[in-house]
Write a protein that binds this ligand. Structure first.
Ligand code: FAD
Length: 385
């Protein structure tokens, strides 16, 4: 392991790796990524694979519009297939209140070039043939949303970053950060010390611990909540191509994996704050019941796996991204709640621009880490699960 680096990124999830890759792409050298376990083992490998632009606020819509453009080109750019497919997101709507709020969101999304629209239950059934449309009065549909394979995406970013000179150290835990007179001096790890002047905190659920090591003087409230995912045995291809969501059924979401055929998803059962991610029987029962309410035929399909992971949540469900002014060259990109996987390409691009150019055209102000201290919470991000 090297003893000196210009940039140390703490966290080998998709956010840390995307930042590393994008920094190297902009010509930065001497970049090290530290991962205390193996790459992806935090939240990223445990996610529901979904990628959508259907948010209810301008910043997340604009960020995700750019992210989808990037997802679309990742195979070519990174040189590996990340199995990104634009199979759409279908939000089921059951009453007039929901309809009004989705209509408002769709109008906003359309203003920023996202081609979402409200469709009839019959059209929804054409998109997902085994769908139960009982009680459904409409659906919000965007065919340019989609999904990707988190395992392949992590390895594709890691390999592409390495080709550009980034060094990635797995099983290497940041234990302390030495700061003197507002300047970073070194990151202390279980494998020795790396002298550096720049740290990027991409540790998501563990980000508060990293902030504490550096003595970040402001409160950035990020709390780890256990959410769970489920996967079934494979079913006939092409049955449930989009991500299907129902807030009326406890925030259930489900989709069929593009290549392996299993149905994966989850619902809004959460525990915490906690660092315990043991899966629960309560989740298995709850998710099986809700899946079969949305797609009755799933009653006959076996579950093969459930797992736990973190939503690293902030009070408004939006991440904290930006520079910490009191510590020279300390940055944070963490607290992504249920949507860090989808945002990773654009966050990597934006953070790299911020560091290298000192500015970015992405709306990073929205994710200002100081907003909590000022009591300026954003509207709650639309969140599944
Ligand atoms: P992580 O992947 O958690 O990476 C942070 C890394 O930091 C970890 O690997 C950790 O080991 C490492 N680390 C921590 N402390 C240290 C240290 N001291 N030293 C070194 N390394 C350290 N998002 C979506 O966009 N779409 C979805 O459909 C979706 N579904 C989800 C479903 C579930 C059940 C869950 C749990 C999450 C879901 N998410 C989804 C959220 C998504 O998984 C996260 O927002 C995203 O993976 C965050 O990426 P990250 O790189 O910031 O964090």
């Amino acid at each position: 392991m090297r003893s000196e680096a210009k940039t140390v990124i703490i966290g080998g999830g998709i956010i840390g790796l995307s930042i590393a890759y994008n920094l190297a792409k902009l010509g930065e050298e001497d970049i090290v990524v530290l991962e205390k376990s193996y790459l992806g083992n935090g939240s990223t490998f445990r996610c529901g694979t979904g990628i959508r632009q259907q948010f209810g606020d301008e910043a997340n819509i604009r960020m995700m519009k750019r992210s989808v453009e990037l997802w679309n080109g990742l195979k070519e750019e990174l040189g590996q297939d990340v199995e990104f497919t634009q199979s759409g997101y279908l939000f089921l709507i059951y009453d007039e209140d929901e309809l009004q709020s989705f209509k408002k969101n769709v109008a906003l999304q359309n203003r920023f070039g996202v081609p979402s629209r409200i469709i009839t239950p019959e059209e929804a059934k054409e998109i997902v043939p085994p769908l139960n449309t009982d009680g459904v009065i409409a659906a919000a549909w965007n065919h340019t949303d989609g999904k990707a394979n988190p395992f392949k995406a992590v390895f594709a970013y890691a390999e592409a970053a390495k080709k550009l000179g980034v060094e990635i150290y797995e099983y290497t835990e940041a234990k302390d950060i030495r700061v003197e007179n507002g300047r970073i001096k070194a990151v202390v790890t279980n494998r020795g010390e790396i002298r550096t002047g720049r740290v990027i905190n991409a540790a998501n659920a563990w980000a508060p611990l990293i902030n504490k090591m550096a003595g970040v003087p402001i409160d950035i409230p990020i709390h780890p909540y256990k959410h769970q995912g489920v996967k079934t045995e494979p079913i006939k291809p092409g049955q449930i191509e989009p991500m299907v969501i129902s807030f009326k059924h406890g925030g259930v979401y489900l989709t069929q994996e593009a290549n392996q055929g299993g149905v994966i998803g989850g619902y809004g059962l959460k525990y915490g704050p906690t660092y315990d991610i043991t899966p629960t029987y309560e989740f298995l029962r709850g998710v099986s019941y809700r899946f079969s309410q949305i797609i009755p035929a799933l009653k006959y399909v076996n579950v093969i796996r459930i797992w736990g992971g973190f939503y690293a949540e902030t009070p408004d469900g939006n991440a904290a991204i930006g520079r910490i002014n009191e510590i020279d060259e300390f940055y944070i990109a963490a607290g992504f709640s249920g949507h860090g996987f989808m945002l990773a390409p654009v966050v990597g691009e934006a953070v790299a621009e911020l560091i290298v150019d000192g500015k970015t055209d992405k709306p990073l102000d929205f994710y200002d880490p100081y907003r909590f201290e000022r009591g300026e919470l954003r509207g709650r991000a639309l969140q599944m699960g």
